[in-house]
Design a protein around this ligand. Structure first.
Ligand SMILES: [Zn+2]
Length: 173
């Protein structure tokens, strides 16, 4: 998830990253029924260059749901049950009271929606909250369905390509 892409620049950045991934054969250009509820790009023959253990047989190509879904537009990515960590006091907690209201607020267009730490009360913008399983808020997201862990290097390369800060959200269905 790109943390900083504006709604205006997200479509251009999405196309640039898609073309770059296609050129490296990490994904296929065609959009197919490879993600749930939408269209995605199936992994290409070079997809192993993007994962942590490139020499291992991933089995990814044999899966039905294995596409990259590129989401343009206000999107929230998250992990159910994931904990956040307060940068001010270090408290770790599962977001509860007020969090979903703040998320709705962000989703409805308030980029500076805030949430207060339940321990120390320090407010922080939603997009700045982090933790072991951070949430992603942004206008441009890349969802790799069922892919093995992506390599640090690959994630860095995508961030450089975007020219923005990114957040990696691990999700399970
Ligand atoms: Zn705190």
């Amino acid at each position: 998830m790109d943390k900083d892409a504006s709604a205006d620049e997200a479509p251009r950045l999405a196309a640039e990253v898609r073309d770059w991934l296609v050129a490296r054969r990490i994904i296929e250009r065609e959009l197919t029924d490879s993600v749930l509820g939408d269209l995605g790009h199936r992994p290409g023959l070079g997809h192993t260059a993007a994962v942590e253990a490139p020499d291992e047989e991933t089995g990814l190509l044999r899966l039905q749901t294995n596409g990259l879904q590129i989401e343009v537009g206000r999107t929230v990515f998250y992990t159910i049950g994931g904990e956040l960590t307060c940068r001010a006091c270090g408290a770790q907690f599962e977001p509860e009271d007020g969090w979903s209201e703040a998320v709705d607020d962000w989703y409805n267009g308030n980029d500076s929606a805030e949430f207060e730490c339940p321990e120390c009360g320090k407010p922080e913008r939603l997009v700045e909250w982090s933790g072991e399983f951070p949430w992603g808020f942004g206008n441009l997201g890349f969802k790799f369905w069922n892919w093995p862990p992506l390599s640090e290097q690959f994630i860095q390369e995508v961030a450089v390509k975007l020219g923005h800060r990114t957040v990696l959200v691990r999700g399970k269905l």
